[in-house]
Design a protein around this ligand. Structure first.
Ligand SMILES: Cc1cc2nc3c(=O)[nH]c(=O)nc-3n(C[C@H](O)[C@H](O)[C@H](O)COP(=O)(O)OP(=O)(O)OC[C@H]3O[C@@H](n4cnc5c(N)ncnc54)[C@H](O)[C@@H]3O)c2cc1C
Length: 413
């Protein structure tokens, strides 16, 4: 990339979970396309991946449908080594009698029998995605901070600079993929508006040591202060482990982050209860502000948005990355077989087909992630009754349970 000005078919800006996954899918399903992936952070080694926002201390629940996509890309053997299967999901409502248990049951997915999904620590996911890119024709340029984008008749013209080096480089792309995360500066430059609702909540994330094995059970526990998810992780150094996502108000979050490990353990155990046994260790809490952000346009001529910049969801149902992976797959399918000729009407039709194809899944997933926390936080007796009826329905009505299991596993209703 030393030449002053280069051309490519697709330029992806942002090498986080979304950008890296799309690059892998394009190289697999659209080998005719020249793809350049620009990431502003240096990716000198596996440890460098972990410094990216996507690949911090969080763990990600990856639904069985997404695992099948990773299997097609040949990544499942590497992911399996660092992940724990989800065999059941226990849903409970603190202080209420009925809960629900979801299991794969009759719904079995080839290669992932008995599993609803798997949980992998983001610190392991990043190096796996980035090292897989090395075996493809994708040109990964890092550090490369894209500073300006100009749209013209021949596509997108990008200027970027490498780390501390202030000399700007240029690249022209037939298709620009914006994958630079939530609150995207590139969307602002392109004049793409983003609707944001702030939830006034924080997700506190940490790893918990458990006294007993989690047996592949993921817990989704709703409390008046906010939902808590406890996700199975692989054992490490003889310790049973789980990833905790603990949603609470902003002030509570600040107070909890300031506690000692012993105090954090007590508070978490009190809030979560004893369904997963005793919590014996707990790392420090990392806080993430929560909002619902939706871009008003997800594509336009020569541009498409992927990942958090397109939709940033409440993490309650662990759907954000899974939805993004399905978007990436949809886009790769739409682009298969054709080189994006700059400004061509055929590319525009393909992007329009992509947008239409993804609309329903996005609406359902966004609606679910947005409404469930509010429904479960309500102390109104009518809503409490509805919740309990819902739990009972999931337990007693097999077709309802099947629909939920399919949605949780990323296969749609
Ligand atoms: C607490 C929490 C828990 C979650 N749990 C789950 C879960 O269990 N399951 C699930 O499916 N989803 C989950 N999600 C959602 C998931 O984390 C997101 O879908 C994922 O982070 C999407 O990443 P991204 O690549 O879009 O954005 P980011 O991770 O923000 O990546 C953007 C990348 O772009 C780069 N960049 C930015 N600007 C530029 C520029 N100008 N030039 C070059 N590069 C640039 C950044 O350095 C970064 O690497 C969770 C989210 C949260 C907050």
């Amino acid at each position: 990339m030393n030449e002053p000005h280069q051309r490519t078919d697709v330029a992806i800006v942002g090498g986080g979970m979304a950008g890296a996954s799309l690059a892998l899918m394009l190289s697999h399903f659209c080998p005719q396309l020249r793809v350049v992936l620009l990431e502003q952070s240096a990716l000198t080694d596996a440890a460098a991946s972990v410094r990216l926002p996507s690949f911090d201390t969080r763990a990600t629940a990856i639904a069985a449908g997404s695992l099948q996509l990773f299997q097609q890309l040949g990544l499942w053997p590497a992911l399996r080594e660092y992940s724990a299967p989800i065999q059941r999901i226990q849903v409970s409502d603190r202080g209420q009698a009925f809960g629900a248990c979801l299991a794969a049951g009759e719904q079995q997915w080839a290669g992932f029998e008995g599993m609803l999904g798997a949980v992998i620590e983001n610190a392991a996911l990043g190096p796996i995605l980035h090292s897989a890119l090395a075996d493809t024709s994708v040109k990964l340029v890092a550090p490369a901070q894209v500073t300006t984008v100009c749209m013209g008749a021949r596509g997108a013209s990008l200027r970027w600079r490498a780390g501390e080096e202030y000399a700007e480089r240029r690249l022209t792309a037939g298709l620009l993929v914006v994958a630079d995360g939530v609150d995207s500066p590139l969307c602002r430059q392109l004049g793409i508006e983003i609707d944001t609702v702030k939830y006034q909540q924080r997700a506190l994330v940490t790893t918990v040591g458990l006294q007993r094995d989690h047996s592949g059970v993921a817990h989704e526990r709703f409390t008046a202060d906010g939902p808590m998810a406890l996700l199975p992780l692989p054992q490490r150094d003889g310790l049973y482990r789980a990833a905790l996502v603990w949603v609470c108000g902003q002030q509570d979050a600040e107070a909890l982050c300031a506690l000692s490990e012993r105090q954090r353990l007590q508070q978490a155990q009190r809030a979560f209860g004893w369904r997963a046994g005793r919590f014996v260790r707990m790392g420090s809490l990392q806080a993430y502000p929560l909002s619902l952000s939706l871009a008003r346009e997800q594509w336009r001529r020569n541009v498409v948005l992927i990942g958090n910049c397109a939709h940033f969801l409440h993490p309650v149902a662990g759907q954000g990355f899974n939805l993004t992976l399905r978007d990436c797959y949809g886009l790769a399918q739409a682009m298969a077989g054709e080189r994006p000729v700059q400004g061509s009407s055929s590319q525009l039709q393909r992007l329009a087909a992509y947008g239409r194809g993804r609309r329903l899944d996005q609406q359902l997933t966004v609606g679910f992630s947005d409404r469930i926390p509010a429904l479960f936080a309500a102390s109104n007796p009518v809503l409490q009754g509805l919740r309990q009826m819902g739990m009972l329905g999931l337990t007693l009505v097999p077709p309802l349970r099947t629909a939920f299991v399919r949605q949780a596993a990323g296969f749609g209703l």
